[in-house]
Each structure stands twice: as structure tokens, then as C-alpha cells.
Write a protein that binds this ligand. Structure first.
Ligand code: HEC
Length: 258
């Protein structure tokens, strides 16, 4: 019994650890859907157009992504690869890490495994949580990443976000103040507003764009997940059928014994 209890505690430990490390301000949730190929394709397009200028994805090859996401590698080579990369190569960039460190304070990290490091909810919130802050070098701050060194590259699509409460409040309640305050049980008030210009996306369109982008980043963090889910289904079907075979065989063997 004692051993059983120890085993139970050990099994529950990782859960406690992730719960302690995970809670950092308010995060908007998103449901990752790796079966939505159209979303993953749009996400890759956004990633290549808006992120690959500064961030590499060194462990991801263009060709593998094209094949996994149901795209023709030749079309990907034609439309999604800038510079002299070949479709079989990794998604590297030519920006020097040392220079980038000087320009931005911190160099832009490689993003191949970022979704596994931070989790999809954090990414989804981070990319939608930049707001105007004149005291920062790029004129923006971020509600989940205080004093971030990254400029708001999706700003022209989202529109300028103006904040009317402190960073701590936004971090605790989320940039849009959505949801229910756990202390007072009342709906949260919004502490930001979005100034739009022309040619920008609506809030829903922008959220959808970031959703697709994060979906793609989750795929990139574990490209074989799609395969393993598919193979897993076959394995379960096989085990189900094999059960009947094994059972019939057992009956046959034991018939003479009884
Ligand atoms: C102009 C260069 C630039 C572009 C373009 C850019 N980033 Fe960044 N990004 C940075 C820099 C610099 C940092 C490091 C910020 C810091 O540590 O303060 C960063 C940090 C990040 C981080 C946080 C990393 C971490 O865990 O500490 C994420 C996530 C991220 N970027 C995602 C993206 C995505 C997604 C895109 C495309 C929409 C993008 N970035 C486009 C420069 C850029």
C-alpha cells in the first residue's frame, strides 16, 4: 500500500510542476487543430512572410512542411521561399546573431521549438498583446512579456493598441479585459482600445490570422505528431481485431484440456 501511495505521488508530481510554472498572468486560450490543413498552410505563409526575417526555424525543412501540410513542394519553392534557399533546406536566416543582439537587446531566438517551450495559449496571447508604449525603443510593450525587445511586426494588421491601465493589470486580466474577475466575479472591464487605419484586419480576422500562425508553430514543434496520431488509430484497430483472433486461438488450445 505504501509503495502504491509513493508511486501515485510520483505520478502526480509533473502535473504539480507544470501547474506552478505555467501560471503567468492571464492567457487567452486557443484550441490547436493539427488536422486543419488550410489553417496550417495559412500559418506557414504568415510565418514565412512576417517572422522568418528575424527568427530562424533551423530544425524545420521547407519540403517536410510542404508535404506534411499537403502543399506541392514546387509551389512552396516558388512562392514561400525568399532568397537562394532550396526546398530541401532548413528554414534558416542570414541575420547574424551578434548583430541582432546589438540591434534588439536580445537576439531573436530560433522558433522551431517555441510552441513546446511556451505553449500555444501563451503564443496566441503574446502575438495579440502588443500595445503602444513610448518609453520603449520600438514604441511598444507586451502584456505577457514585459519590456519585450521585439517590434510589433503584426501591428499594421492589428492596428495600434492603446492601453489605459498598468502593465500589471493588463498582465493579470488580459489585454482585452475579457472574462470574469476571479475575485469579484464580475465581468472584467477593457483597459485597451484599438486604433484602426485603412487596409487593416478586423479583430476577428486578426485573431484568426494569429490562430493559424500559432497552429503552424505547434505543428513545427512536433511535425511527427500528425503521423503518430494516424498510426495510433491503425494500431488500435489492429489490436481490436487481434483480440478476436487471440481469443479464438485460446479457445481452440484449451478445448482438449477441459
Ligand atoms: C524585426 C525582427 C523580428 C521579427 C520580424 C519578429 N520577431 Fe519575434 N522577436 C524578435 C526579438 C529581437 C525577440 C527577443 C525579444 C526579447 O528577448 O526581449 C523576439 C522574441 C520573440 C518571441 C519570444 C521568445 C521567447 O520565448 O523569449 C516569440 C514567441 C516571437 N518573437 C515570435 C515571433 C513571431 C511569431 C514572429 C512573426 C509574426 C516574429 N516573432 C517576428 C524580433 C523579431
Amino acid at each position: 500500500m505504501k509503495k502504491f501511495l509513493i508511486a501515485l505521488v510520483m505520478a502526480a508530481l509533473p502535473m504539480a510542476a507544470s501547474a506552478a510554472g505555467g501560471a503567468k498572468g492571464h492567457l487567452d486560450e486557443m484550441d490547436v487543430d493539427l488536422h486543419n490543413q488550410a489553417s496550417l498552410q495559412r500559418g506557414m505563409q504568415t510565418f514565412v512572410n512576417y517572422c522568418l526575417g528575424c527568427h530562424s526555424a533551423e530544425f524545420q525543412r521547407y519540403e517536410r512542411a510542404a508535404l506534411d501540410l499537403g502543399m506541392n513542394p514546387e509551389l512552396v519553392a516558388e512562392h514561400l521561399i525568399f532568397g537562394d534557399h532550396k526546398v530541401g533546406e532548413q528554414m534558416t536566416i542570414s541575420m547574424d546573431k551578434g548583430d541582432a543582439g546589438k540591434w534588439f537587446g536580445n537576439p531573436p531566438p530560433d522558433l522551431t521549438l517555441e510552441a513546446r517551450l511556451r505553449g500555444p495559449d501563451w503564443l496566441y496571447t503574446y502575438l495579440r498583446s502588443f500595445y503602444a508604449d513610448e518609453s520603449r525603443p520600438w514604441g511598444v510593450n507586451n502584456a505577457v512579456f514585459k519590456d519585450v525587445g521585439m517590434p510589433n511586426v503584426l501591428g499594421p494588421l492589428q492596428g495600434e493598441v492603446v492601453a489605459s491601465c498598468s502593465w500589471e493589470e493588463m498582465n493579470a486580466h488580459g489585454l482585452r479585459g475579457e472574462g470574469i474577475d476571479p475575485l469579484t466575479n464580475k465581468p472584467l472591464t477593457t483597459c485597451t482600445s484599438v486604433k484602426k487605419g485603412t487596409g487593416e484586419l478586423s479583430t476577428e480576422e486578426f485573431d484568426a490570422l494569429v490562430y493559424d500562425l500559432v497552429n503552424f508553430m505547434v505543428y513545427m514543434g512536433e511535425p511527427s505528431k500528425l503521423d503518430s496520431q494516424r498510426i495510433g488509430t491503425y494500431v488500435l484497430i489492429f489490436l481490436f481485431l487481434f483480440f478476436f483472433l487471440a481469443y479464438a486461438l485460446k479457445k481452440e488450445f484449451w478445448r482438449d484440456v477441459h
